[in-house]
Design a protein around this ligand. Structure first.
Ligand SMILES: Nc1nc2c(ncn2[C@@H]2O[C@H](COP(=O)(O)OP(=O)(O)O)[C@@H](O)[C@H]2O)c(=O)[nH]1
Ligand SMILES: Nc1ncnc2c1ncn2[C@@H]1O[C@H](COP(=O)(O)OP(=O)(O)O)[C@@H](O)[C@H]1O
Length: 224
C-alpha cells in the first residue's frame, strides 16, 4: 500500500463521537473558548441547550440557546426530552436528548457548555463518551474584571455570579482536565490538544478492529 493510500485508510476509520464538556465559574471563558473551537474544528458541533433565562443582547434563539418559557421547560422534563437538566442562577437549563444520542453513533462530536450538575448527570449516564474539562480563571480579581468587562450583566447579577464562583470552583475535582484560562490563545491550544488526544482513544476507534485484522493477515508475498 502506498503512503497516500494508507493515510487515506486511517483518515476514514470509523470512530464513535464524544461528548466534550466544558465547565467553569461564570466569566472564566468557556463561551469564548467554545466559540473558537467551533470555528476552527469542523468535526465538533455544539449541543444547544434549552433555557428559561431571557436572551442576552446578541444571543440568537436556536444558536446560543433554545429560549423557552417555564411551562414548556416543565413539559419537556415531564416527557423525558432532556439528557440532563439543572437550575442555575434561578433559571432552568437542559440538554435535549434526541440529536446527541443519534449523532454519537455516527461519529459526531458534541461540545457542551454546562455546569457541574449537568456534567455529573451526563457522566453517570454516558461515562464512556464523556470528556470533562474545567476552566479556571487566573485569579478572582481577573474573574471579576472579565464579568464586568463582558458588559452583559447588571452589577447585582455580577455580584451573584461572583458569590457563586467559589462554590463552582470547588467542583474542579469532578473533571478529567483542568486548564487555567490566562492567555486565551494558550488556553485554546491546550483544549484543542485534549480533544485531539481523546479522539484517538482506542475504545472510540470502532473501525480499528477491521483495520488491525487486515494488517495482521498473513503476507501473501504480492508486491505493493
Ligand atoms: N446543567 C446544565 N447547565 C447548563 C446548560 N446550559 C448552560 N448551563 C450552565 O448554566 C450556567 C449559566 O449559563 P449562562 O446563563 O449562559 O451564563 P454564563 O455562566 O455566563 O455562561 C453556566 O454554568 C452554563 O454552563 C445545560 O443544558 N445544563
Ligand atoms: N483569557 C482571557 N483573557 C482576557 N479576557 C478573556 C479571556 N477569556 C475570556 N475573556 C473575556 O471574559 C469575558 C467572559 O468570558 P465568557 O467566555 O463569556 O465566560 P463564560 O462563558 O465562562 O461565562 C468575555 O468578555 C471574554 O471576552
Amino acid at each position: 500500500m502506498s503512503d497516500s493510500a494508507s493515510s487515506k485508510a486511517t483518515d476514514t476509520l470509523a470512530r464513535r463521537g464524544l461528548m466534550f464538556i466544558m465547565s467553569s465559574p461564570s466569566g472564566a471563558g468557556k463561551t469564548t473558548i467554545s466559540r473558537m473551537l467551533l470555528e476552527h474544528d469542523p468535526h465538533i458541533c455544539i449541543s444547544v441547550s434549552c433555557t428559561t433565562r431571557p436572551p442576552r443582547p446578541g444571543e440568537v434563539d436556536g444558536k446560543d440557546y433554545h429560549f423557552v418559557d417555564r411551562t414548556e421547560f416543565d413539559r419537556m422534563v415531564e416527557n423525558e426530552e432532556f439528557l440532563e437538566w439543572a437550575e442555575v442562577f434561578g433559571h432552568c437549563y437542559g440538554t435535549p436528548k434526541a440529536q446527541v444520542k443519534a449523532g454519537l453513533k455516527d461519529g459526531q462530536d458534541y461540545l457542551f457548555d454546562i455546569d457541574w450538575q449537568g456534567t455529573q448527570q451526563l457522566y453517570q449516564k454516558l461515562e464512556r463518551d464523556v470528556v470533562r474539562v474545567f476552566l479556571l480563571p487566573p485569579s478572582i480579581d481577573e474573574l471579576r474584571r472579565r464579568l464586568t468587562g463582558r458588559g452583559t450583566d447588571s452589577a447585582e447579577v455580577i455580584a451573584g455570579r461572583m458569590d457563586r464562583a467559589r462554590s463552582e470552583i470547588s467542583h474542579w475535582d469532578g473533571y478529567d482536565y483542568v486548564v487555567v484560562n490566562d492567555d486565551i490563545q494558550a488556553c485554546f491550544e491546550k483544549v484543542t490538544e485534549i480533544l485531539a488526544a481523546e479522539r484517538m482513544r482506542r475504545a472510540r476507534q470502532t473501525g480499528l478492529i477491521g483495520f488491525v485484522r487486515e494488517l495482521m493477515r498473513p503476507d501473501d508475498g504480492a508486491p505493493a
